[in-house]
Design a protein around this ligand. Structure first.
Ligand code: PEP
Ligand code: MG
Length: 576
């Protein structure tokens, strides 16, 4: 009898085998209770907030040690919630004017704030609502005099939960937890990000299938495919054990060779570079052998704050990244705000379809001063460095004309102020809108390079919202429709001697590598940890072999056929 399997969203790669432990943190609730001693309640709240700050600071220090500053910063954001003036004012008012107990007032304040975030129907903000509730429960526990419950695990265990908060994720004993599986959440929820940073396989978005994962059931979790095999037979278990061992071995070998450039068997160099969001990730990118940065998502410098970063602030950050990368190329994308990444100080009227609305350069072009500030900061930071500037969400040639005028204006302002600006900056655009892909021959005349954003190109081509877990199977970047667009973009660019990179999640997927190589991509940009294995993959193929694989993939009828074909190819090449 074949082993039964259920499928969720692959959120962190790797294979784990073990028994399930259902983990559901009991949700604390405060009942309304009126106080006659308002100063006492205010003091009680203040003391609880102080203790919560200390606890969270402890997590921050612990996370910094075990998984790095970047991921640890999640807990800095938790601390910021505790100091949020609007939230604190609401809670104080409820205590002072309604004589609410501190616990009830706090609970109400958190619920209201979290609901506001969820009502915006945005994956990123919904994940922040979970963070906020995590902080809310911590303070409530302290106010109610409870102790933090630690889960004691005695054997390697697969944790199954409806959802996991960041502080739960980081508190688990990583020697004993071998995978996380959740009903909700997407690959961008913080628990998934932490799982990736901890190197623990994770599957999210299991929905009601979670009910099939009973306590003690033996399962295989495949974080690469999102599949969970229930009560596998001895032969399946053996196969996966071997697979997991080979994966670990391959990772080790790949890491040893990760500082060498990646050449195909017949000598084509493919630039393997990193996707990063902040200077903290430069060290990680270098550790894993990045030959540069293929995508610096600058919008992360603009989010979760009340005002935009100043020119000086941005200059400092860009300069630190450029110099930190030791003269290697750095592609900086101008802020891609809107869609799933709104900023409170860049208001956009309510939109039915934010992904089809005012986002990326559409928004930037309405915020002339912010764009000018960023371009000036970039031109200053790029002096003597290999800076490349890239614009997101471009859909027409007119936009490129206007963006080039903006760049000239930023240069002119610096000249007038007698401030040095970088010369020879390559200018590129993201190809993430199908219209841009189809018009690539025209757009290539206006820029130095393209970088294909398959995350958005896939959602727009297949009409499948990238943040909607219910339609995740439709949004497969290996769909031949997406591959055909990538193919025509590469041809159009190369016919005009422009280089083409790819910086969506597909770029770091080892299964996709031969196709991307065969379609002629010159650069692949990915999460730093994915670099060593992808470099190894490049070394397995000649350009001719990869070209043949790509041609076959382009002819397939759907994504499933492409995947099956690529799996068969990688078996032949001896990679699996
Ligand atoms: C993409 O769309 O593929 C991309 C890299 O940009 P982002 O994921 O930031 O939208
Ligand atoms: Mg994008």
């Amino acid at each position: 009898m074949p082993t039964k399997a259920i499928r969720g969203i692959a959120a962190s790669p790797g294979i784990a085998i073990g028994p399930i432990l259902r983990y559901e943190a009991a949700k604390l609730v405060a009942n309304q209770h009126y106080t006659s001693d308002i100063p006492h309640e205010l003091l009680h709240l203040e003391e609880a907030l102080t203790q919560a700050r200390q606890e969270i600071h402890g997590f921050y220090e612990q996370a910094k040690q075990t998984i790095g500053t970047q991921e640890g910063a999640i807990f800095e954001a938790h601390e910021a919630f505790l100091n949020d003036p609007a939230l604190l004012e609401q809670v104080h008012t409820a205590i002072q004017q309604q004589s609410s107990s501190a616990a009830f007032a706090w609970q109400e304040g958190i619920e209201r704030y979290a609901n506001q975030l969820r009502l915006l129907h945005d994956e990123y903000l919904a994940a922040r609502a979970t963070d906020l509730e995590d902080v809310g429960q911590r303070v409530l526990r302290i106010l109610q005099g409870g102790q933090e419950q630690a889960l004691r695990l005695t054997e390697p265990t697969i944790i199954v939960a409806t959802d996991l908060t960041p502080s739960e994720t980081v508190r688990f004993d990583t020697q004993m937890v071998c995978a996380f599986c959740t009903a909700t959440g997407t690959p961008t929820s913080h628990a998934a990000i932490l799982a990736k940073a901890l190197g623990i396989p994770a599957i999210t978005g299991l929905g009601s299938d979670l009910a099939q994962l009973a306590d003690g059931l033996q399962v295989i979790v495949d974080g690469n495919t999102g599949e969970i095999l229930l009560a596998p037979d001895a032969e399946t278990l053996e196969r996966y054990r071997l697979h997991a061992q080979i994966q670990t071995q391959k990772q080790r070998i790949a890491l040893e060779a990760s500082h060498q450039p990646a050449f195909t068997l017949d000598g084509k160099h493919v630039e393997i570079v990193a996707n990063i969001n902040s200077p903290d990730q430069v060290a990680e990118a270098l550790t894993y052998g990045a030959e540069g940065v293929g995508l610096l998502r600058t919008e992360f410098l603009f989010l979760e704050r009340a005002t935009a970063p100043t020119e000086e602030e941005q200059f400092g950050i860009y300069r630190a990244i450029l110099t930190g990368m030791h003269q290697q190329p750095v592609v900086v994308r101008t802020f891609d705000i809107g869609g799933d990444k709104p900023a409170p100080y860049m208001p956009v009227a309510e939109e039915m379809n934010p992904f089809l609305g005012v986002r990326g350069i559409r928004l930037a072009l309405t915020q002339k001063e912010l764009l000018q500030t960023q371009l000036r900061a970039l031109l200053r930071a790029g002096v003597g460095q290999q800076l490349r500037i890239m614009f997101p969400m471009v859909s027409s040639s007119e936009e490129i004309d206007v963006l080039r005028e903006h760049l000239m204006e930023a240069r002119k302002t610096l000249e007038e102020r007698q401030i040095a600006a970088a010369a020879n900056v390559q200018i590129g655009i993201m190809i993430e809108v199908p219209a841009a892909a189809l018009m690539a021959d025209v757009l290539a005349e206006q820029v130095d390079f393209f970088s294909i954003g398959t995350n958005d190109l896939t959602q727009y081509t297949l009409a499948a919202d990238r943040t909607n877990e219910a339609i995740a199977p439709f949004a497969d970047a290996l769909h031949p429709a997406v591959l055909r667009l990538i193919d025509s973009v590469c041809k159009a660019a190369h016919a005009r001697q422009r280089w083409v990179g790819l910086c969506g999640e597909l770029g770091g997927d080892p299964l996709a590598l031969p196709v991307l190589l065969g379609l002629g991509l010159d650069e692949l940009s990915m999460a730093p940890k994915a670099i060593p294995l992808c470099k190894q993959q490049v070394r397995l193929y000649s350009q001719e072999q990869a070209h043949e694989i790509a041609q076959q993939a382009l002819k397939k009828r759907n994504a499933a056929e492409v995947r099956a074909y690529l799996k068969a190819c990688s078996h032949t090449i001896g990679d699996h």
